[in-house]
Design a protein around this ligand. Structure first.
Ligand SMILES: *Cc1c(COP(=O)(O)O)cnc(C)c1O
Length: 407
């Protein structure tokens, strides 16, 4: 573990962690929905609005230059982080959902009736619905990689689904509902053998695993800033230059054009072709700061510490009678989705909130996974590197208390 991993020092970076909820110290275990924000990122947001708020790329004045430089510096930070070959391959979006819709919309001109596209049973709704809309538009056929009881993808079934008709495969790197880490390198390699492109939804992986888009040879990789210590409303789409040049623009407007006349408009080059309108300038800059912050702690240290938390919490929860944990894949991030026999997840979530503990209950935007297990939802506790074993103790005690109250 890196020397820089000092939990007290890290926690001091997150002002929100010292607040109380319903008279109890906040225990924030809803990190898979959104992460908390360190002072370094909050200060970058304040600094932008206090000192150099201006529109970018057009102005000749000093503020506009400063804002443009900071925004483009953030793009370079993201390029380096994901090891993209070129800065032009990093498109700022409003988040993962936007990134997926941008690609899905672009593929309308790439697909024809009878083409096949492959999704997995483990997806977030935002990596299902845009592709269903694309299939409706083009007549392409949506195939689904099934999951196993442990919450892993059935890779033999995936091989069988691949064919000469397969044009595109879209799978998440890590499942937000179960924490399963999917074998994306194998998926990418096998899909490429059939000539299919691959989009990886990295929203849930990016806070824990540093992806190298060139080593993966992935065609598209999408993330959200708010899941990795950045603000909401900003994300990144990585796309191979070749694909980004080929796909049509997603939205028309300012910033994405070269020349506009009423007869014909020509588009700007990458990345501006996909960045119509005034972007979330402050968000992009703050996202860059969040990436710097995480890299300073180091992803190795984060993963090792979170794994400790996962093992510690799993062991304690399983000691409670009637607990079932969904998603027992060997490789998983620090997410525990569980139920207690005979008790509705919502009731547990409501009671432990009274004790200051924030977890998510419900289907986690992944209804097909809940259907697979034939349950309405789960209680999901998801940990981040700023959580502690003491917080897990408080959480487990609160679950025990809820169980007594509800049985
Ligand atoms: C959160 C999440 C999304 C959606 O991200 P937004 O920021 O809401 O666009 C998509 N996929 C996965 C796996 C997620 O965890």
């Amino acid at each position: 573990m890196s020397n820089s991993f000092n939990i007290e020092k890290i926690r001091a970076d997150f002002p929100i962690l010292s607040r109380k909820v319903n008279g109890h110290p906040l225990v924030y275990f809803d990190n898979a929905a959104t992460s908390q924000t360190p002072s370094q990122v909050i200060h970058a947001i304040v600094d932008y609005y206090e000192n150099y708020n201006a529109n970018i790329h057009r102005g000749v004045h000093t503020l506009s230059q400063e804002a443009t430089d900071a925004y483009e510096e953030a793009r370079e930070t993201l390029r380096a982080h994901f090891n993209a070959a070129k800065k032009e391959e990093i498109i700022f979006t409003s988040g993962t959902t936007h990134g997926i819709n941008l690609v899905a919309s672009g593929f309308a001109s790439e697909l024809k009736k009878g083409d096949e596209v492959i999704v997995s049973a483990l997806e977030h709704h935002s990596n299902i619905v845009p592709w269903q809309m694309l299939c409706e538009k083009t007549g392409a056929i949506l195939k689904v990689i099934p999951m196993t009881n442990s919450g892993e993808l059935d890779m033999a079934a995936f091989q069988d689904l691949l064919s000469a008709q397969t044009k595109l495969v879209f799978v998440n790197h890590v499942s937000n509902a179960l924490g399963t880490v999917n074998p994306i390198k194998t998926i990418i390699t096998e899909a490429h053998k059939k000539g299919a492109a691959v989009l990886i939804d990295g929203a849930q992986a990016a806070p824990h695993i540093k992806a190298d888009v060139q080593a993966l040879d992935v065609d598209f990789y999408v993330v959200s800033g708010h899941k990795m210590c950045g603000p909401t409303g900003v994300g990144v789409l990585y796309g191979k230059e070749e694909w980004l040049n080929k796909l049509p623009p997603y939205q028309g407007g300012g910033e994405m054009i070269d020349q506009v006349t009423f007869e014909k408009t020509t588009y700007a080059g990458l990345p501006h072709k996909f960045e119509a309108g005034t972007p979330n300038i402050c968000g992009g800059i703050a996202f860059g700061k969040a990436i710097d912050y995480l890299n300073e702690i180091s992803f190795e240290a984060i993963a090792a510490y979170e794994h400790e938390l996962l093992e510690y919490a799993t062991k304690q929860l399983l000691e409670i009678e009637g607990v079932t944990i969904y998603g027992t894949s060997k490789e998983k991030t620090a997410v525990i989705s569980f139920n207690i026999e005979g008790i509705h997840p919502y009731d547990i979530g409501t009671i432990i909130d009274k004790l200051g503990i924030a977890v998510r209950t419900g289907h986690h935007c992944a209804q097909p996974i809940m259907d697979f297990y034939k349950i309405p939802g789960t209680v999901r506790a998801s940990f981040a590197f700023y959580n502690t074993k003491e917080e897990i103790d408080a959480f487990v005690a609160s679950v025990k208390r809820a169980k007594i109250m509800l049985s």
